[in-house]
Design a protein around this ligand. Structure first.
Ligand SMILES: Cc1cc2nc3c(=O)[nH]c(=O)nc-3n(C[C@H](O)[C@H](O)[C@H](O)COP(=O)(O)O)c2cc1C
Length: 334
């Protein structure tokens, strides 16, 4: 297995462990809807439909970016892709870096011929290798959009990670300007701040995936993999670094009202999805919750999606929201 393949395998094993999930101070639990004892709607009439990148979705949720490029990466992506196709929800694939650098075939489109597929590449890879890498990422999977991920905390804690983040914004600007598909910028669990969102908006970005603190903790995962006692000691105060998803969504919405937001980072159930929509997201993304089902089967992923949709429907019922527009203004507890 290549070094990147081994790293991805470690990531999967560690991401499954609860000790590498953050406990955000202002987690979604603090966002409480006002209970509506008189919903005056029928559960079966509730519509979860929404639009994303000019296409209709069955629900405002997507499979968040998770990795390929390791032994079981292909099987994970096969199960996720087939489920995305069957359920009419988008799938973001994990970083395409290894596949592009090694000229490996990327087969995901065959499992999801009609689904919205989002490509993925690190911002520092584009900064180092140029915009052609981004173009190749899009072409390789006929992506409907490209996600560029920002992960400076993860890179610091990772042994040998990228330390030079100069001109990353410039690289993002070039992608937004030159690519034939929309560009979405995301973090991986430390969050995109309102000031960063403004910088990205000014660079021509229209979509941001918040990926805030509260879910998978990449500093903690890389810390567990780091073999250097010195580097571990340096990293230890930063293990809980980052900004919470539930705080970021309203703050970015207020600061950049024209940006489209994807709520992610610690979204764990359909009630969290409802909270994200209420806090300003158009759609939501969940990564780690799909990992165990993806290792099992396509049916297990579909079952997980069905549970999430039903939980969202219940949240909408209990707030008297007949559709997502209504949910956006559902009352919160004082
Ligand atoms: C196993 C695993 C692999 C991941 N690989 C990538 C990746 O390659 N690119 C990326 O942008 N994000 C990656 N992520 C980060 C997720 O997309 C997401 O932003 C982060 O885990 C927070 O969401 P969560 O709390 O729902 O897991 C990965 C997450 C997991 C669990």
């Amino acid at each position: 297995m290549t070094d990147i393949g081994k790293r991805k395998q470690d990531h999967i094993e560690l991401a499954l462990k609860s000790e590498h999930q953050s406990k955000a101070d202002s987690s979604f639990d603090t966002v409480r809807f006002e209970h509506n004892a008189l919903p005056e709607i029928s559960l079966s009439d509730i519509s979860l439909n929404c639009e994303f990148l000019n296409q209709n979705l069955a629900a405002p949720l997507m499979i968040g970016a998770m990795t390929g490029g390791c032994e079981n990466g292909d099987i994970i992506n096969c199960h996720l892709g087939e489920a995305a196709e069957a359920c009419s929800i988008p799938m973001a694939i994990g970083s395409q870096r290894a596949a592009l650098e090694n000229n490996q075939p990327q087969t995901i489109r065959q499992y999801a011929p009609n689904a919205i597929l989002l490509g993925n590449i690190g911002a520092t890879q584009i900064q180092q290798q140029g915009i052609d890498l981004a173009k190749r990422a899009v072409e390789a999977i006929e992506a409907n959009a490209l996600i560029i991920h920002l992960n400076p905390l993860q890179e610091l804690v990772q042994q040998g990670g990228d330390r030079n983040w100069k001109l990353v914004l410039e690289a993002i600007y070039l992608c937004a300007d030159k690519l034939s598909v929309p560009v979405i910028v995301k973090e991986v669990g430390a969050g995109i701040s309102p000031s960063n969102a403004k910088q990205l908006e000014q660079a021509g970005i229209k979509w941001i995936e918040v990926a805030g603190r509260g879910g998978t903790n990449w500093a903690s995962i890389e810390y567990a993999r780091n073999q250097s006692d010195f580097e571990q000691q340096v990293a230890s105060p930063f293990l809980n670094w980052g900004m919470d998803t539930a705080k970021l969504l309203p703050a970015i919405s207020a600061n950049c009202p024209s940006l489209n937001l994807i709520g992610s980072g610690g979204v764990r159930d359909g009630l969290d999805i409802a909270r994200c929509i209420r806090l300003g997201a158009c759609v939501t993304a969940l990564a780690q919750p799909f990992l165990a089902p993806a290792l099992e089967s396509t049916e297990a992923v579909i079952n997980k999606i069905d549970i999430l949709k039903e939980q969202l429907r219940w949240a909408m019922f209990l707030t008297g929201s007949k559709d997502l527009e209504a949910l956006k203004t559902a009352k919160l507890e004082e």
